[in-house]
Design a protein around this ligand. Structure first.
Ligand SMILES: NC(=O)c1ccc[n+]([C@@H]2O[C@H](COP(=O)([O-])OP(=O)(O)OC[C@H]3O[C@@H](n4cnc5c(N)ncnc54)[C@H](OP(=O)(O)O)[C@@H]3O)[C@@H](O)[C@H]2O)c1
Length: 346
């Protein structure tokens, strides 16, 4: 299994990670799948058996659940810590009505201790700031996170990038291929420059997929220039790029796609040409559209690690298989020529 290096500290991980969020948060059925999710985690580690080095990147956050996602992963880490690279996040609290940011240094340190207990481990490989707290200078939060590295509780630090909303939405909401979305990560880059003065950034987590490529414009070049890894979140377009969802199928109210502008029946139908193109490329390799979508992410550079989300065992194994798929120049040119996705990303 190919390994990838992220961060100045040269952390090694398997080329394809696993986003654990759907096991506890944001998607239909997320809250009812405890034992099934544990089986999925084991199957994913089995599938990445040759990941070697730092193991397979498992991405979670204390807010997923909240807390239950880390507890699930802890059940598996207890037996297989050496096969996994644990990446979790702090800084967001789930309240009754709202999700709020908390970047107070004391809180961040307590949150880390709580995550370590839930994960049943002594060290978090990558500790990420989920969102900066608008009421606390980000340098203060980051400084506290740096102290966690010095204390040996955390190996490296990462920042989650939040793309700013598009100010201008070309009719009819056309974004994609980086054009209408250029500038999406300007604020993130300014934030990265600030925290970099306090403690080195090892990884940035941001949305990156065939239908949301904006991170390629400025964010990935920023990372590459500094040896910072880019964890590609939502690399399957929240499931759309797998070709298993049907326009108009509808989503449960607790599924993030029920409110996502790209998951209306109209937009799902309008974006079918992207899927047709992806399927054509996949078929040439005897692969699935999901694998082709992940291989496209992998082809963006050696610092990029896709973290496809999956709660089903079958999907996790299929996605791990994308690490062996190499797209050709012809494949990449065909994907680049596909029409940009319609609909805002948020
Ligand atoms: N930092 C942030 O703010 C942020 C935001 C969003 C996500 N993330 C991270 O990024 C990870 C990935 O994002 P995501 O999970 O939202 O989106 P994603 O990876 O683009 O898509 C996940 C969805 O695709 C489905 N799926 C996965 N593999 C499939 C396959 N081979 N065939 C058919 N369907 C498949 C999953 O179904 P099942 O669930 O049914 O298996 C799930 O519904 C998350 O798990 C999380 O760790 C971070």
């Amino acid at each position: 299994m190919e390994r990838r290096t992220i961060g100045a500290g040269a952390l090694e991980v398997g080329a394809v990670g696993l986003g654990c969020m759907p096991m506890s948060w944001a998607y239909t059925g997320s809250r009812q799948r405890g034992d099934a999710s544990v089986r999925t985690l084991h199957a994913a580690l089995d599938a990445m058996g040759g990941a070697g080095g730092g193991g397979m990147l498992l991405d979670t956050a204390d807010m997923y659940g909240p807390f239950t996602n880390e507890l699930l992963i802890g059940r598996v880490l207890k037996e297989r810590r050496g096969e996994a690279f644990v990446s979790t996040k702090c800084g967001l609290l789930v309240g009754e009505q709202h999700i709020v940011a908390n970047g107070r240094p004391g809180y961040v340190k307590r949150a880390c201790d709580a995550s370590l207990r839930r994960l049943q481990t002594d060290t978090i490989d990558l500790y990420q700031l989920h969102r900066a707290d608008p009421e606390i200078p980000v340098e203060e939060t980051w400084g506290a996170m740096g102290e966690l590295v010095a204390a040996g509780k955390v190996r490296a630090l990462g920042l989650c990038a939040v793309g700013a909303r598009a100010h201008r939405r070309p009719a009819p909401g056309r974004t994609g291929q980086g054009r209408a979305g250029s500038g999406r990560y300007d604020a993130t880059i300014r934030q990265l420059e600030r925290v970099q003065q306090v403690f080195p950034v090892s990884a940035v987590q941001a949305e990156l997929s065939v239908w949301s490529p904006e991170a390629l414009d400025t964010l990935l070049p920023w990372c590459v220039a500094r040896g910072v890894g880019l964890l590609a979140a939502m690399p399957l377009g929240n499931g759309f790029l797998t070709g298993t969802l049907k326009p108009g199928q509808g989503f449960e109210p607790d599924d993030l796609r029920a409110r996502h502008p790209r998951f209306t029946a109209e937009m799902m139908a309008a974006n079918q040409p992207l899927l047709v193109g992806l399927r054509r490329v996949a078929e040439r390799h005897g692969a699935t559209p999901a694998q082709a979508a992940l291989a496209w992410v992998l082809a963006q550079g050696r610092h990029v690690v896709p973290i496809p989300g999956a709660k089903r065992e079958r999907w996790a194994v299929e996605n791990a298989g994308a690490a062996a798929l190499r797209l050709t120049e012809r494949d990449l040119a065909e994907i680049a020529a596909l029409p940009p996705a319609l609909g805002s990303w948020d």
